[in-house]
Write a protein that binds this ligand. Structure first.
Ligand code: 2AM
Length: 187
């Protein structure tokens, strides 16, 4: 088989690294999202899909997953807490998100270390600066009010690698790797 045909036949997954909330945090975020959707219209994200993307890889050959795991294992960042206390909109009004007005230092380090380790292994990532956000409503009809949103604290002990699969009711996400946040290098 020619190389290009072999590459086309190779199984692939649409993948990204993310922070995934525990069930109580996901429930609080979803409750806040529902308030926004009531006020602004649009499509509410399902509770099981709520996450914060760290690095989006997109369509990736399955044979490259070990390199992703190797990159993730390079990260040395302590656990942290995010306080999601602001709401914003992108793409006109269409995408509404919740985010931290003061992102904790370890979150920026996590995205930076992971991005560097991925680029060193040949993965192409978007060049825009990391903007931590949790998309909660799509196709909104109106922008959110300028008022602050009730703060939600999200404790972050780990990050995950997720495969995105299309279902009849939208994207479904499957965790395929998890790495704890740890300060010190393992001996
Ligand atoms: P969004 O929430 O801002 O839309 C899974 O699709 C996750 O990856 C979503 O959180 C999405 O961000 C993000 N994502 C999707 N396509 C992307 C792209 N081309 N570049 C960066 N992030 C992307």
């Amino acid at each position: 088989m020619p190389d290009s045909a072999a590459a086309a036949a190779e199984p692939r997954l649409r993948v990204f690294f993310a922070l995934w909330p525990d069930a109580p945090t996901a429930s609080r975020l979803h409750r806040e999202a529902r308030q926004l959707q009531r006020a602004c219209g649009g499509r509410l994200m399902r509770q099981d899909t709520i996450h914060l993307t760290l690095a989006f890889l997109g369509d990736t050959p399955v044979s490259r997953l070990p390199a992703l795991a190797e990159a993730a294992a390079q990260v040395r960042v302590p656990p942290c807490a995010l306080v999601l206390d602001r709401c914003g909109n992108w793409h006109g009004n269409r995408v509404l998100w919740l985010g931290p007005s003061c992102p904790p230092t370890p979150l920026g380090l996590l995205a930076a270390q992971l991005g560097k380790a991925l680029r060193e292994r040949g993965f192409a990532l978007e060049k825009r600066p990391f903007a931590p956000h949790v998309t909660v409503v799509r196709n909104a009809l109106r922008p959110p009010a300028a008022a602050p949103v009730p703060a939600i604290t999200w404790d972050v002990p780990a990050f995950v690698l997720v495969a995105s699969e299309r279902g009849p009711d939208g994207a479904h996400y499957r965790e395929i790797g998890r790495w704890p946040l740890i300060k010190e290098a393992a001996n």
